[in-house]
Design a protein around this ligand. Structure first.
Ligand SMILES: *Cc1c(COP(=O)(O)O)cnc(C)c1O
Length: 384
């Protein structure tokens, strides 16, 4: 696909820093080594607001780090949504009611350090606590950005013993902070379990560090199929030309790519933004999978959207955008209740063998089914 065509559909280059060679700029290791973590550099590159400057001086519990790529994108897009995801606000340091360090009770479902086994057939591995960029709404801020307590040998023992596990989710932190050889060794250990069918790799690098995905990376990952890459784009401005080409490498290697996004107040909490993101993802060949309701994590209350607002957004999406561009809205219930779908209720009334449903045309429509007790229609037919 031509960049000129993509530009017509909203894809732009993130931009660069003129003093950096294009070779360095396109090297993920250079980008990672030059993550901005201090107030002075962030001020110079992104221009902080007064609130953000205040927050930088507070104890936030989660480090600040922004890749040069994402800082350039913040500057070139002028998007307040992107700033809000990457740069801290004083609200993070506030203690709010009804918020927890570990709302999903992951620790209680963690038989060995760094492994969560909540659903019978799926296991999640938190392979690192490091990220190229620390998202301010992080659900795992209780350990992300700190020294990681994981025990890979215990994972392999556990996986070997649990033959009911069909799917392994490689997550973090950001698993793609591992270099290709380390990632390859890890995936080989997972694949050594013959009962494992599917590997999922959850990564936000296509959105915050797209040069991490090289042709060689994509080919290495393709050796572990069936493998799904789960990206996290939260805003259409993150769908840059660089992101497009990163995702394209994965897709050309035959790897299916799905997107999980988080519903974030002040970032994407309106149907227009989510619809545009869905359309851009489809242009990238990425299927929107989940729209996550924010978990009740301490320090993130300012990102949480009212549940009924989320449902109203889903209702609006149903009338305005393609079904394949629309994610499923889910909430991960507190205390390890698991993920359940949230959806508008279109059934207005039931009456006997009829229901009245609200259509996308704002009218009521009647749908009817056979009387109970008439299930023997099949038998009757057989006799004749
Ligand atoms: C979200 C999650 C999964 C995967 O859930 P799906 O609904 O299959 O996408 C698996 N394990 C844990 C611990 C999770 O949080």
């Amino acid at each position: 696909m031509q960049d000129a065509w993509l530009e017509k559909h909203g894809f732009k280059n993130a931009g660069t820093w003129p003093e950096v060679s294009s070779r360095d700029w396109r090297s993920w290791k250079w980008q990672f080594a030059h993550r901005m973590m201090d107030l002075g550099t962030l001020e110079k590159r992104t221009g902080l607001t007064r609130e953000q400057r205040t927050a930088m001086g507070q104890d936030l519990g989660l480090p600040v780090a922004v890749t040069p790529y994402y800082a350039a994108l913040i500057a070139s897009s002028g998007s307040t949504a992107l700033r809000r995801m990457a740069l801290p606000l004083p609200e993070e340091a506030m203690d709010t009611d009804n918020a927890f360090d570990d709302p999903l009770a992951e620790e209680a479902h963690s038989p060995v350090p760094g492994l969560v086994h909540r659903y019978p057939d799926r296991v999640l591995l938190s392979v690192t606590a490091t990220c190229p960029l620390y998202c301010r709404y992080c659900t795992r801020r209780r350990y992300v950005g700190r020294p990681h307590h994981a025990d890979p040998n215990a994972w392999w023992d556990y996986l070997g013993a649990h033959t009911e596990v069909r799917e392994v989710i490689v997550s973090g932190g950001e698993p793609m902070t591992l270099a290709d050889p380390a990632l390859q060794r890890l995936l080989s250990r997972v694949r050594a379990n013959e009962h494992v069918q599917v590997i999922r790799l959850s990564t936000r690098t296509p959105a915050v560090l797209p040069c991490r995905i090289t042709d060689r990376t994509a080919q290495m990952l393709a050796e572990f199929q069936p493998l799904f890459v789960l990206t996290q784009f939260n805003h259409p401005a993150e769908c840059t030309l660089e992101a497009f080409h990163a995702v394209q490498k994965l897709r050309m290697a035959g790897i299916p790519v799905l997107n999980q996004m988080v519903l974030l107040s002040g970032v994407n909490d309106n149907a227009g933004t989510i619809a545009e993101l869905g359309r851009r993802l489809l242009v990238m060949g990425v299927k929107p999978y989940y729209l996550h309701q924010m978990d009740a994590v301490k320090g993130t209350a300012h990102f949480r959207v009212a549940l009924d607002r989320g449902i109203a957004i889903m209702r609006e999406l149903r009338r305005s955008v393609s079904g394949i561009a629309t994610p499923k809205y889910v909430i991960d219930l507190p205390q390890g209740g698991g993920k359940v779908a949230l959806a508008p209720n279109y059934v207005v009334e039931y009456s006997g063998t009829r229901a009245w449903l609200a259509g996308t045309d704002d009218r009521l429509h009647m749908y009817e089914w056979p009387e109970p007790g008439n299930e023997n229609t099949e038998k009757t037919r057989e006799k004749t």
